[in-house]
Design a protein. Structure first.
Length: 117
């Protein structure tokens, strides 16, 4: 096996002009349709998880002055975090569904063109 030739072909392919193919365009459309839902789900999930963690820390007197007010605030924050984490998937599915409807015609047309070739 000629490793020099393989290496040279790899380097040459990086500098060669890129050909836009329909499959690449279809993948980009698919990613564009799914990106808003993914972005929301990750962002909302991280925020709600952090809120849940802060609520737990306040409730267990790890942070705060350990008073009843801090514990109550911790329980409220924890419950909001639990509810947020619980509904995250449902909200994700709704956003994904609406985003797919937005790009459905373009994706179906492009997929049909690829299938005909």
């Amino acid at each position: 096996m000629n490793t020099d030739k393989t290496y040279a072909e790899k380097i040459a392919s990086e500098y060669a002009p890129k050909e836009t193919r329909k499959v690449v365009a279809l993948k980009k459309l698919d990613n564009r349709a799914k990106a808003p839902a993914r972005f929301f789900a990750y962002t909302f999930g991280i925020i709600m998880t952090l809120l849940l963690g802060v609520g737990m820390c306040l409730s267990l007197h790890i942070i705060g002055n350990g008073g009843t007010m801090m514990m109550t605030l911790g329980v409220i924050a924890g419950v909001i975090g639990i509810v947020g984490v619980s509904v995250n998937y449902m909200i994700y599915k709704r956003i994904l569904e609406s985003s797919k409807k937005k790009y459905a015609a373009d994706i179906i047309t492009l997929a049909g063109q690829i299938a005909e070739e």
